[in-house]
Design a protein around this ligand. Sequence first.
Ligand SMILES: Nc1ncnc2c1ncn2[C@@H]1O[C@H](COP(=O)(O)OP(=O)(O)OP(=O)(O)O)[C@@H](O)[C@H]1O
Length: 262
Amino acid sequence: MADQQAVLETRSLTIQFGGHVAVDEVSCAFQAGTLTTIIGPNGAGKTTWFNLISGQLTPSSGQVLLAGEDISNLSTEARTDKGLGRAFQLTNLFPNLSALENVRLAVASRYRIGHVFWQRASLRRDIEDRARHYLDFVRLGHRADTPVSYLPHGDQRKLEVALLMALEPHVFMFDEPTAGMSVDEVPVILDLIANLKKQDDKLILLVEHKMDVVRSLSDRIVVLHHGQLVADGEPAEIIASPVVQEAYLGTSADAPTEEASA
Ligand SMILES: Nc1ncnc2c1ncn2[C@@H]1O[C@H](COP(=O)(O)OP(=O)(O)OP(=O)(O)O)[C@@H](O)[C@H]1O
């Protein structure tokens, strides 16, 4: 494992907002076929680290490497093209189009085709087949013709996973995928992520607060606190570690206890 090339790596990644260092020299490498969850108290820098990786923010210093290539200066779109996929909490859905049309557009964008090629029957069929495949994967096949604005919140979140899959990324990034979901919907989205994990060449990164989710899905947990990486290892070991308990006890409402996750 140690000599396997990392799919994704951050090296001394740092960003400062005024005098505040939100992500502080974070170095971490991730291998294909693993699911890592990033945890930490509110304001620890988790989302900011994600934003630096996906290109929403430019680091003050340090690098982001994708399959060994320094992508620190690339745009978000260029990073997506290179296989870095991030779910954007519904902001990339077209509410007036149907579920299928949304996925179809995502598939077509992957193919980089214009209107002329769209007319070619074989390509059109291929796009249609793929779009339906991703929609079925997220169990929304029966909602293909429903406009997105009519879908319940949980279905919209599932659709977002389908859009992400349509881009065929090597890296899937989810920032609190279960946020705002009802108790019934949470297991469905987790099941989707667990199924993604079975495609064993993928790297999945999650930011998640619910410790039962973290424990059941993760191969590895990385803990941020005050912008620094303070723990990194297997779930049971990390959750029990004093450094994690202490980090969370600073904001006791978030403490990673079984009660908090219930
Ligand atoms: N654009 C910005 N400008 C100034 N400060 C920012 C900006 N983005 C984030 N911060 C600050 O950086 C710190 C880390 O924020 P971040 O949202 O990454 O934390 P988090 O660990 O994701 O927290 P939460 O679990 O609450 O989402 C916070 O103090 C936040 O106020």
